[in-house]
Design a protein around this ligand. Structure first.
Ligand code: CU
Length: 159
């Protein structure tokens, strides 16, 4: 990699980080849970309280893509847990996925009974009302940080 290309990449990364950072600060001040970066936005995020204290948890959210190009969710991590994996549901079974598609002018929905996140190794047992950070990385380079509320185990969006 030549020096010019290297610095261009670093510049792009910095710009993305700055954009995301500014937005997160804005979100924190008004208490909103939704975050936007470039053409991707996250909405409806929640983590149901794990059935066993400190046990395996799930994560649900919607990634909306207002852009004209397909993207992919390729990594999710959290400072609040050792492991966050993406799971694809196929009928009654599920399998770990390396990536999940975020179609152009479409959405990736992580929801009960469908694709979802699995979260293990909490640094502290989650409690209802906590907000836990998830860092989502996309194939085209966007990184979005969301503060996800912990909801009661039986919570359903819109209920
Ligand atoms: Cu799963």
């Amino acid at each position: 990699m030549n020096a010019f290309r290297r610095s261009a990449l670093i510049g792009a990364g910095l710009a993305a980080a700055l954009t995301a950072g500014v937005f997160v600060v804005g979100c924190g001040s008004d208490g909103a849970t939704d975050t936007k970066a470039s053409e991707l936005s996250i909405s409806g995020s929640y983590i149901p309280l794990p059935a066993t204290p400190g046990g395996m948890g799930a994560g649900y959210l919607t990634v909306t893509n207002n852009g004209g190009g397909d993207d992919q969710l390729v990594k999710v991590s959290s400072p609040a847990a050792k492991s966050v994996t993406m799971h694809r549901s196929t009928g009654s079974t599920m399998e770990q996925a390396d990536s999940l598609p975020v179609p152009a002018h479409g959405a990736l929905k992580l929801e009960r009974g469908g694709n979802h996140l699995m979260i293990m190794g909490w640094s502290k047992d989650p409690a209802v009302g906590d907000r836990l950070e998830l860092d989502l990385t996309f194939a085209k380079g966007a990184t979005i940080t969301v503060q996800v509320p912990v909801q009661p185990l039986t919570y359903r969006p819109g209920s």
